[in-house]
Design a protein around this ligand. Sequence first.
Ligand SMILES: NC(=O)c1ccc[n+]([C@@H]2O[C@H](COP(=O)([O-])OP(=O)(O)OC[C@H]3O[C@@H](n4cnc5c(N)ncnc54)[C@H](O)[C@@H]3O)[C@@H](O)[C@H]2O)c1
Length: 251
Amino acid sequence: MLKVDLSDKVAIVTGAGQGIGRAIAQSLARDGAKLVINDIAEENAKEVAKEIESKGGEATVILADVSNKNAVEHMVRLTLEKYGKIDILVNNAGISGPMVPVQNLSEDDWDRVINVDLKGTFLCSQAVIPHMLENEYGKIVNIASIAGKEGNANMTAYCAAKSGIIGFTKALAEEVVKNGINVNCICPALIATELTLGLGEEQIKFLTEKIPVGRLGKPEEVADLVKFLVSDAANFITRQAYSISGGRSKY
Ligand SMILES: NC(=O)c1ccc[n+]([C@@H]2O[C@H](COP(=O)([O-])OP(=O)(O)OC[C@H]3O[C@@H](n4cnc5c(N)ncnc54)[C@H](O)[C@@H]3O)[C@@H](O)[C@H]2O)c1
């Protein structure tokens, strides 16, 4: 488990109520960051905040749908009122949508996935950037997917959204490169979370066979990479899309 010093940092992690987001929030809090636990699932978010506080950390739950501009701006305002600054934003909230061929994908499902995954990343980044520019400091990590680099059949909306996140990351990184703000994204292969473990034994076996190391990733392994990228050890790293895929991704 990676250890860095985040003791004076304030971090927002979206979709932190379970899975990868929860592991990221716990990991950043363990190294001293004050955490905003964002989600739309209240009970889960409260549970994560309670876990962090029970270990001596600091966490605040702010419920907000990341695809809703007003809700996102409210979340950022509340964070600034409470903690006075935002050093770290992890855009993790995401949905995969139904697994169907493109001819069966409804416009509503397409919009839902694009709105949460891609527009949510845009809205949250847009809301924190003015503050980060003023402070001349910020670390943004977007959780994309290797599906956004390589494509997965029957997941066109998800793959489009995750590809979009990679492009958005690179463009934003370039806009703020001179302002002390680093923007990167992470592209995981299948990670063992509540969501993926519900796929069923057969599907998990099929997907695991695509991963050369022969197992699913762990949320804590993604959290370690996020933690490195938001630490000052990574000040020279920006505009990158890192795969964490057990060797599945070729780039
Ligand atoms: N698990 C994997 O194998 C995998 C692989 C590659 C990428 N990812 C990406 O990692 C991220 C987390 O995945 P996970 O497996 O932990 O998913 P998950 O479904 O377990 O958790 C996602 C969390 O986001 C929250 N959320 C959903 N919509 C939201 C919204 N509109 N606003 C705020 N919160 C919202 C959910 O309530 C949930 O707590 C996602 O962006 C996903 O696409 C996951």
